[in-house]
Design a protein around this ligand. Structure first.
Ligand code: BG6
Length: 494
């Protein structure tokens, strides 16, 4: 295990160090219970954490180490798979806890005491309300917790618009250089998202045709069946555009559209992504549709409407579909249709690359029709890559030639059976502890994302756009279908 970690470290930039302290802010919160603790426990079970790594949790609730371990045990019992349950006890030994009121300076010295010797490196992970970020950074500075080998991970939301995101970025930059700041977009931790880079840049096939000449349009869908869940306050202020498009969907778009980086390292990859984000052309009024779900049924089960879940009326969009474009040589004129929503009929994240028709069909005179090729990259729940190809239907062709589109289908779990599928936070927490920024978002990327989103929101308020209603369990307002159909495009819903 040590050798693997050492060889990984050797391939990372010099600024990297493997921290032997991990300090989790928001340690009793929902994300910690559902994702962070289970991810760390799984890494521990697979001996991927250095033996001396200590994990210190902190949050407002007053409790001791034992109570925190009990809380963690309950969360792990609930969220880890049956075969991992036996691994909980050993993991709990790494945990300790210090309660903290993040808004006052006093408690930070005690927290530093709890963290103890950090000469080998400290990784801090902030998953608290963004309103606490500034105070937390101040407290960390006060207690000397920003000095030396320290890096900080920041969970979303990083602001609500460009101005507030800049404020957060400035506050963090006052204490940490950019090379020590790890902004999380958990989509980048997903295996199939990273696979997009392998597909594009480890194969010769796609890159020569990955441009406006051969690609008709791209669709990116992130569909969810869940509704508001327990996130009333946050979600009703955010809405789908800021919750999903600003971060995850724009990162997916950037990975699809970016130029080949010169290497797979943090600077090269992020340099290319940010160029795409800056080249996003403004969205016009008729190019966006928003919606809010009303009562309906999903998988045969009745679900309430958004306003009922919320307990009041609201203008927040739970669905957004829009037509984006990248103004550069490679992509000029190619629409990128983005669509995301809550309470849609199924959970599905996928990218569809629709190629253009062949320039001339030698089969037309024999009655055969051809369909353009299509590449579908399934990110979740199915991880697969499907390329539709035209093939001749078997037969003697007495009544003309019949061609049919057939899929070349790679199911990733099948192709890599026997390899454990890791959840995004396992990868990202390990990268945070070991110091690899490649899958984290740089300041200029976040700000380019907000800049584009702010313009869309300004356009909404100028035009008085309000969400249309859609029935839970449908694919959103019919206007979203019309948005694509006006261009002769159908959303890929299978
Ligand atoms: C989060 C959003 O960032 O991503 C949630 O705040 C959303 O609203 C979630 O449900 C989706 O993540 P995943 O990994 O389940 O697709």
């Amino acid at each position: 295990m040590k050798e693997a970690a050492a060889s990984r470290r050797n391939s990372l930039p010099d600024t990297s160090f493997t921290a032997d302290r991990l300090l989790l802010f928001g340690a009793t919160g929902d994300l910690a219970q559902r994702m962070l603790l289970p991810s760390l426990c799984a890494l521990n079970a697979d001996q991927l954490l250095a033996p001396d790594l200590k994990i210190i949790g902190t949050a407002r609730s007053k409790m001791g180490d034992d109570e925190f371990r009990a809380l963690a045990r309950d969360a792990l019992t609930k969220h880890l798979s049956a075969e991992r349950q036996g691994e909980i006890a050993a993991f709990l030994e790494r945990l300790s806890y210090q309660s903290l009121d993040a808004t006052t300076l006093e408690g930070y010295e005690e927290l530093a005491g709890k963290v103890g010797d950090r000469s080998d490196g400290l990784a801090i992970f902030l998953s608290t309300a963004p309103s606490l970020f500034e105070a937390t950074i101040k407290g960390l500075r006060h207690a000397g917790l920003t000095q030396g080998k320290v890096r900080i991970g920041l969970e979303k939301p990083l602001g609500t618009d460009l101005a507030s995101s800049r404020e957060i970025n400035d506050a963090v930059a006052a204490a940490f250089p950019e090379e020590r700041i790890y902004r999380i977009d958990h989509y980048l931790g997903k295996e199939t998202v990273q696979n997009l880079l392998a597909l594009r840049f480890a194969n010769i096939l796609f890159e020569p045709i990955w441009n406006a000449r051969y690609i008709d349009h791209v669709q990116i869908t992130v569909a969810e069946t869940v509704g508001l869940e327990d996130r009333v306050a946050y979600y009703n202020d955010a809405g789908a555009l800021r919750d999903m498009v600003q971060n995850h969907m724009l990162q997916l778009l950037a990975l699809v559209a970016m130029e080949p980086p010169t290497s797979f390292d943090a600077t090269a990859v992020r340099d290319e992504k940010v160029k795409v984000l800056r080249a996003l052309r403004p969205v016009a009024e008729g190019e966006v549709v928003t919606g809010q779900y009303r009562a309906g049924a999903i998988n045969g089960e009745a679900v309430p409407g958004y306003d009922e879940e919320l307990g009041k009326e609201s203008d927040t969009e739970t669905f957004v579909a829009l037509k984006a474009g990248v103004g550069n040589w490679r992509w000029n004129g190619v629409p990128f249709y983005l669509r995301t929503g809550k309470r849609l009929p199924e959970r599905a994240t996928q990218i569809v690359v629709q190629f253009r028709s062949i320039p001339f069909s030698i089969f037309a005179g024999r009655g055969a029709r051809t369909q353009p090729n299509r590449l579908v990259i399934g990110i979740q729940p199915e991880e697969n890559i499907q390329l539709s190809l035209m093939a001749k239907q078997p037969g003697l062709d007495r009544e003309g030639i019949r061609l049919r589109s057939v899929p070349l289908d790679i199911a990733m779990p099948h192709a890599f059976s026997g390899t454990r599928r890791r959840i995004a936070y396992e990868r990202l927490l390990l990268d945070l502890v070991e110091g690899d920024q490649t899958l984290f978002v740089r300041r200029d990327e976040v700000e380019a994302q907000w800049d584009w989103i702010d313009r869309i929101r300004a356009m909404w308020s100028d035009s008085g756009l309000r969400p249309r209603t859609y029935t839970a369990g449908s694919w959103g307002p019919s206007a979203a279908i019309a948005l694509a159909e006006r261009d002769g495009v159908s959303w890929h819903d299978e």
